[in-house]
Design a protein around this ligand. Structure first.
Ligand SMILES: C[S@@+](CC[C@H](N)C(=O)[O-])C[C@H]1O[C@@H](n2cnc3c(N)ncnc32)[C@H](O)[C@@H]1O
Length: 275
């Protein structure tokens, strides 16, 4: 199929110039632009379609800190040499994004319980990470000594996370990577895919299972919010069914952990390999 590359470039330029989506990875915009130009032919309706999909993919309504200020805050807090001040700064920053904000009340036990199931990872992947890498001080993992590999499609967020990793004594392994276009190739012990699967399946229907299968780690940790963002409805049963349907037939051994604000599944992929 021949694609109208000029129309694709017009759409990419328009989106990259927009205030709302200029921070989005070009890989993501290109992929959506190609799909939209194939469907809509002309740049204007294609641009509109890309914006609509980006609203759901980037979810700007979940919130962001001001990244320049956030860098300064972290630099100053690490300069204090006081672990309590660093944790307070990380907490404040995680408060800026709904997914991490909802996790703050359970943070003290969240990773402790997860790593009690999976074992502490030497190489940890965090897929569609948002601001979650700032939870590292609550993970009980050594720095240096841990490879924390994080992926997101928001460019300033990823830059900021590498700044944080540097301060924390971790290698700068945060990447701008659209995992719907290229599944992560890095291997590891545990992969986190927290609170993004329902949106991922909505944005890229039918591709959630393939992503989980492609991830090269022994353990997958997939989570869901227990309460809906808007209506306060309890979603635990719905998401439990959703997850078990998604991995039906894989043979993975699943351990469920239910926290007040988050439903977590730890899936051991090696059990299926041994069967
Ligand atoms: C709901 S937030 C969850 C953040 C984090 N996992 C947490 O639970 O704190 C979703 C994140 O996924 C990222 N994202 C969405 N689609 C993505 C994709 N195709 N590839 C990589 N990251 C993606 C968004 O930019 C956003 O930061």
């Amino acid at each position: 199929m021949t694609i109208d590359e000029t129309a694709v470039d017009t759409v990419i330029t328009a989106i990259k110039q927009s205030r709302k989506y200029r921070d989005t990875s070009e890989e993501t915009i290109r992929q959506l632009a190609v799909e939209a130009v194939i469907e809509h032919k002309k740049p204007k309706p294609a641009e509109k379609a890309v914006r609509k999909r980006l609203h759901s993919i980037m979810a700007p309504y979940l919130g962001d800190p001001d990244y320049a200020e956030a860098r300064r805050l972290l630099t100053d807090s690490f300069a204090s040499g006081d672990g309590k001040i660093v944790r307070a700064a990380c907490r404040d920053l995680m408060h800026a994004h709904l997914s991490t904000r909802e996790r703050l009340p359970i943070l003290d036990s969240f990773y402790e319980e997860i790593f009690a199931v999976t074992g502490p990872p030497r190489r940890l992947l965090d897929i569609a990470c948002g601001l979650n890498p700032l939870a590292f001080p609550w993970m009980g993992l050594p720095a240096p000594g841990t490879d924390f590999i994080a992926y997101d499609i928001h460019e300033p967020r990823v830059d900021f996370l590498n700044h944080y990793f540097g301060l924390q004594g971790l290698p700068p392994l945060a990447y701008v990577r659209d995992v719907a276009v290229h599944a992560p190739v890095e291997n590891g012990d545990v992969a986190l895919f927290l609170k993004e699967m329902p949106r991922f399946e909505r944005n890229y229907p039918g591709r959630g299972r393939a992503l989980l299968e492609a991830i090269d780690t022994r353990w997958l940790v997939v989570s869901f919010p227990t309460i809906s963002t808007h209506g306060g409805r309890n979603l635990t049963n719905r998401y439990r069914d959703f997850f078990h349907q998604l991995i039906d037939g894989t043979g993975w051994a699943v351990t469920e952990l239910l926290f007040e604000t988050e439903l977590v599944f730890c899936a051991d992929k090696t059990v299926a390999d041994r069967a």
